[in-house]
Design a protein around this ligand. Structure first.
Ligand code: HEM
Length: 327
């Protein structure tokens, strides 16, 4: 074999690399010699991935429900990767910031446009049965979803709407965290008690999430935006992209999700209780919660009418799916 100048150069660079950490190049070349070729299915851990669906009933459609939740959690992970990266860094310019927000928007758009897999993709009779085997678990207990919210905005903006004004300027993270909307949303209105779904979520994640919120204070997406040069904070494209992100997470995704709750849990003879036990008709629609990550980027009128038009449209669509001859 001919040792070309290219090979010689690579050997020299490798020798430098290993010598820098006191390693012996020849031993590593031996490793290369004995190593097997990388295979696609090993690299992406395909067998493990495909073994992670463990239905609790024999209804075939339960697997659709599990897989689509898993797909969503993976997109949440992609989102969090970008957000954590931005949160940790202070050395980026506006172009980088914009590019990363655009990535996140793309992930959420993929989730929003694929939610039909849930809304129209399961047999209602099967769903109504297998869901009973899942009590009291609920997507409500998605910690990644909560982390996305915490990383996006000042925690004060996540306080339950009824108390938001009261805590809007509080710097006490513990106090603000205690009034976060999801805790309020999972209190049984009649008894005033927390639902089991919330109690279990708190036991598993409360400490982790409140500490996380304290750590992230001052390094949320909003804080990073405010660190950009002032002229860039006026940049239309950046503002539009942040607004798009706000709408994706706080209106379009919740609405796509709400459609599935309406589709399966709403009935003329009386709505079905959710597995997490919230008053879902009031808890899920964006217009009641008015969660807004970046209120500074919306007019008062836009905030006042948050999510209103979308919900009305959705209810019309669902009515049409159930009865195509309505209207
Ligand atoms: C047929 C499909 C679905 C139905 C009927 C449904 C229903 C519900 C209901 C009723 C709630 C309110 C909490 C409760 O009382 O349980 C909820 C919350 C939630 N679900 Fe789903 N869900 C569905 C699919 C999904 C999927 C695929 C995900 C993806 C991870 C998901 C994630 C969430 C999240 C993050 C919350 C909390 C939302 C918030 O706090 O505003 N859900 N779901």
């Amino acid at each position: 074999m001919k040792i070309t100048p290219e090979i010689e150069e690579r050997l020299r660079l490798l020798d430098e690399k290993y010598a820098a950490s006191g390693q012996d190049l020849v031993s590593y070349l031996d490793g290369l010699l004995y190593e097997d070729y990388l295979k696609y299915w090993h690299y992406i851990e395909l067998d493990t991935l495909l073994s992670l669906q463990k239905p609790r009933t024999n209804f075939p459609d339960e697997e659709i429900f599990i897989i689509y939740h898993q797909i969503t959690e993976l997109y949440f992970k992609l989102t969090l990767n970008e957000m954590c990266n931005l949160s940790k860094r202070n050395d980026f310019g506006s172009a980088f910031f914009l590019e990363r927000i655009e990535r996140i928007v793309r992930y959420f758009q993929a989730l929003i446009s694929s939610f039909e897999v849930m809304v129209n993709g399961m047999d209602t009779k099967e769903f109504m049965k297998f869901r009973m085997a899942l009590l009291p678990a609920s997507g409500f207990q998605s910690a990644q979803y909560r982390k996305i919210e915490i990383l996006s905005t000042r925690l004060n903006n996540l306080v339950d709407l009824a108390h938001r004004e009261e805590f809007i300027n509080s710097e006490n993270i513990e106090e603000v965290y205690a009034h976060i909307y999801w805790k309020r949303g999972a209190i049984d209105l009649k008894s005033g008690k927390k639902t089991l779904t919330l109690l279990q979520f708190e036991e598993r994640y409360d400490k982790e999430l409140s500490e996380y919120a304290a750590r992230i204070k001052g390094a949320t997406l909003w804080d990073k935006f405010k660190m950009l040069p002032e002229t860039d904070q006026e940049n239309k494209l950046i503002i539009e992209t942040l607004r798009k992100f706000d709408l994706c997470v706080n209106v379009d995704w919740p609405l796509a999700h709400y459609k599935s709750a309406v589709r399966y849990l709403h009935s003329k003879s009386g709505d079905v209780e959710a597995t997490g036990g919230t008053n879902w008709q009031k808890y899920l629609p964006p217009r009641f919660q008015k969660r807004i990550f970046f209120p500074e980027l919306w007019s008062e009128d836009e905030q006042e009418n948050w999510g209103r038009a979308w919900v009305e449209e959705a209810l019309k669509e669902v009515a049409l799916t159930k009865n195509p001859h309505a209207e």
